[in-house]
Ligand binder design. Structure first.
Ligand code: PLP
Length: 257
């Protein structure tokens, strides 16, 4: 028996709340076998990012070769890319058809304000994405437009989908939509608005990483994209709810996987 195998290509969060560590927790929680290619190391806790070291591109390629030559990877996600050179190494693998069902989480800035990536790097990968999962701030940076309500989220999702990804979901956890957390999905079947009750918590560290990791597992298990994003939204709502009363670190805590 072969477990459903997925791959995350992302940065390390020493605090365990986001990045590679969150992705592997989500993969395990949803029943997949997780492999990982590290793009960068961050020194980080619940208060923020203290240091970042991007890895050399050849080491990223070496990790990709090791994983992809030995495992039947069914879906791949990318998170923090670090540098355009690392993004180029990953884009080469995608262009060669080696990254099936690619989910691109366009990580640009941590909620604490620390820059984790650049638009130019993300843009290298977007054309190969089956699904792109920008939050409202990332969608704004990638389109050069304001993304502050559902109408603007919809416009940004459509604009981004025109530039390469088959599907785009703009997540709206940061958008003020009252008691709801609203996401906008756009793809070949049109535009859908997803709604869930907003979980009142400041412990939202790693929500973007976890959402895209959950989409990746569901795609690997055979879900169509709309079902995969719905399942991922339910997963994030549940994981936020589970950690609402945790006391873990002095800052913005992680989710309960
Ligand atoms: N650190 C790493 C390594 C990440 O990949 C991410 C992902 O987005 C973050 C930090 C940002 O996490 P957040 O903005 O949820 O604090």
């Amino acid at each position: 028996m072969t477990p459903t195998t997925v791959l995350t290509v992302a940065g390390s969060d020493s605090g365990g709340g986001a990045g590679i560590q969150a992705d592997l927790k989500v993969f395990a929680a949803l029943g997949a076998y997780g492999t990982s290619v590290l793009t960068a190391v961050t020194a980080q806790n619940t208060r923020g990012v203290d240091a970042v070291l991007p890895l050399p591109p050849h080491l990223v390629t070496d990790q990709l070769d090791s994983v992809l030559s030995d495992f039947a990877v069914r879906a791949v996600k990318t998170g923090m890319l670090g540098t355009p050179a690392v993004a180029a190494a990953i884009a080469d693998a995608a262009a060669a058809g080696r990254l099936p069902q690619l989910v691109v989480d366009p990580v640009l800035v941590a909620t604490s304000g620390h820059r984790l990536g650049v638009v130019e790097a993300v843009e290298r990968l977007l054309p190969y994405a089956r699904v792109a999962t920008p939050n409202s701030a990332e969608a704004a940076a990638l389109t050069g437009t304001a993304v502050t309500d559902v109408a603007e989220m919809t416009a940004a999702a459509r604009a981004l989908a025109a530039g390469g990804p088959e599907w785009v979901i703009v997540t709206g956890g940061d958008v003020d939509a009252g008691a709801e957390a609203v996401d906008v999905l756009h793809g070949p079947q049109g535009t859908t608005v997803l709604r869930a009750p907003r979980v009142p918590t400041r412990h939202t560290h790693g929500t973007g990483c976890s959402f895209s990791a959950a989409v990746t597992v569901r795609l690997a298990l055979g879900d169509p994209v709309p079902a995969a994003v719905e399942a991922a939204k339910e997963y994030v709502t549940r994981a936020l709810t589970g950690a609402r009363d945790w006391e873990l670190g002095a800052g913005r805590g992680p989710m309960d996987h």
